[in-house]
Design a protein around this ligand. Structure first.
Ligand SMILES: *[C@@H]1O[C@H](CO)[C@@H](O)[C@H](O)[C@H]1NC(C)=O
Ligand SMILES: *[C@@H]1O[C@H](CO)[C@@H](O)[C@H](O)[C@H]1NC(C)=O
Ligand SMILES: *[C@@H]1O[C@H](CO)[C@@H](O)[C@H](O)[C@H]1NC(C)=O
Ligand SMILES: *[C@@H]1O[C@H](CO)[C@@H](O)[C@H](O)[C@H]1NC(C)=O
Length: 267
């Protein structure tokens, strides 16, 4: 009787062990820690605050058309001077080259020099505004631009997305090129056409621009969510099949052990 009892103890020990190990294997894989890439905290602004607007516009974008207008009108000095004035600063809304190309009607080529200057100045506010400031600024519409006078913009903050309305152009901030007091440079999706130049007639229907160029930042979430849902669909199925294999293996071993244990008891 001594031998079968030992065997029984050993086999039930094995049974316990196997159910323990298989139980562990069968349990869904521990969730991989998805540590989001830490967004680097904005470095404390160094003492010399000089922000070279020409440099920022030439490396980001492409904003070459807007930069060319700034240089041909010499307004780059006005903008840079405002940027150098750290007491107030500047906020610039810059359309990409493609936005100027998409501007079929009205055309900028018919504008007088004064009108062109006003239109360029219309793309800036004589003060630094962080994106978070636009919620409050929206309550102060209409807001004066660097062009002064009746050259005003209306802002609305739609849960973090800043919308601009010039009467003629309704657009939004699609990305922040630079935003550190005293200089903010935001990319906008359209050229801002002031009502003061183009009149308060019926704004034209947005010209059918071939394939609107969306900034990568704005494009990313939709592409991600598509891929994300696809992978999240395929992932559980593969893990559940592993679980199935694990389960059947453990059931099988339990069966074998139980049978051998029963046989031992019979003897
Ligand atoms: C600003 O940047 C432009 C383009 O990189 C450069 O040509 C110019 O010399 C810079 N200006 C100053 C004052 O550093
Ligand atoms: C802005 O400041 C920079 C650096 O101090 C200087 O080189 C540049 O001439 C200034 N530009 C204007 C338009 O004030
Ligand atoms: C621009 O001016 C030209 C000549 O004066 C005229 O033929 C054309 O229709 C104008 N274009 C627009 C968009 O006003
Ligand atoms: C801007 O806001 C003011 C005040 O709410 C409003 O009277 C004006 O019509 C608005 N202008 C545009 C172009 O939406």
């Amino acid at each position: 009787m001594q031998f079968p009892r030992t065997f029984l103890i050993i086999s039930s020990g094995l049974l316990l062990c196997s159910s323990f190990t298989y139980g562990q294997k069968a349990s869904p894989p521990a969730p991989v820690a998805m540590t989001p890439t830490p967004t680097p905290a904005p470095a404390p602004a160094p003492a010399p605050e000089y922000v070279n607007i020409t440099y920022f516009l030439s490396v980001a974008g492409p904003f070459q058309t807007f930069l060319n207008y700034l240089e041909s009108t010499k307004l780059i000095d006005t903008f840079q001077n405002q940027a150098n004035n750290t007491e107030v600063g500047i906020t610039i809304f810059v359309p990409k080259d493609s936005s100027f190309k998409g501007l079929k009607k009205p055309s900028l080529s018919n504008l007088t020099n004064d009108q062109l200057e006003s239109l360029i100045l219309f793309h800036a506010l004589p003060k630094y505004y962080a994106l978070a400031d636009f919620n409050e600024l929206s309550t102060k519409s209409p807001v004066s631009t660097l062009a002064g006078g009746q050259y005003t913009l209306n802002f609305t903050d739609d849960s973090g997305t800043v919308h601009l309305d010039s009467g003629w152009s309704r657009t939004k901030v699609s990305s922040a090129v630079h935003s550190t007091d005293p200089v903010a440079i935001y990319q906008v999706d359209k050229v801002l056409l002031p009502e003061a130049i183009f009149g308060s007639d019926i704004p034209p229907m947005p010209a059918p621009v071939p394939a609107p160029v969306i900034s990568p930042a704005a494009d990313a979430p939709s592409a991600d969510s598509k891929e994300g849902s696809a992978s999240s669909k395929s992932l559980p199925s593969s893990s559940s099949s592993t679980r199935l294999v694990g389960l059947s293996l453990s059931t099988w071993s339990h069966l074998v052990l139980a049978i051998s244990g029963g046989l031992v008891l019979l003897f």
